[in-house]
Design a protein. Sequence first.
Length: 309
Amino acid sequence: MEFFKIRKDIPFMRHALAFNVISIAMFLVAVGALGFKGLNLGVEFTGGTVMEVGYSQSANLTQIRNTLQSGGMNEPMVQSFGDSKTVLIRLPTKPELSGAKLSDQVFLMLKADDAQLELRRVDYVGSQVGEELVEKGALALLFVSLGIVAYLAFRFEWKFGVAGILANLHDVVIILGFFAMFQWEFSLPVLAAVLATLGYSVNESVVVFDRIRENFRKMRKATVREVINNAITRTMSRTIITHGSTQLMVLSILIFGGETLHYFALALTIGILFGIYSSIFVASPLVLWLGISREDLIKPEVKKEEAVV
């Protein structure tokens, strides 16, 4: 389905080198942010206490934070959960206090402001569990990346596999770089968003790669640059429809989903935008620089010699 049709191919590959330089610069900035600042890991990874409390009326999140900080609770994370009367509180581990004593102390602090305060749930995450989650999250990223390389190499050709995984890793590092640079909380939902971005980005790359392979069969007199330009131009309508529809849903979560889903939706938004960018200005130029040719995708026909009687 196409809402509009571009009759003349857009010369994307004419500016491939310039965009590659921009991509490398963004990649290095993201790596620098990760190296110098690091990720602001959530309680799930570092260990701590998670409390869900219910108020008799709409909760004042700013007042709750001030109460906890004045009581000696460093860096409390306070957010609405479900409705304005339910609050989710995340507290880092305190070596001198057990999780049970910490939650009791916090509950007593907050109950002084609201006698009808209700403690609905308390979860404790140990540091060992957090380390396991970090390790398993890194392994999940590794296995997904290897699976993408194998899939693209099997479906197309190894050059597409290399270009696809480099473009996808570019997206992942950019997302992590944003979270490191602005010190946004990196939690399990954000990790899920990063893994979803990998699949989303590779899907966009596959669409472009598939059109490149098809063009090599149809455009026999065209150069490799012309083949890639045509492939990207002809998939633009599809890209705008699919990515635009997805981004509308993610944007609604970002605006109306509350603090619980805020960073999840933010990570997806960054992933979608850079997924479009990388499939056009990272993956496609890499395929060009790796020297893709018609012979790599279309095997020459071997004419059978007629048997001499």
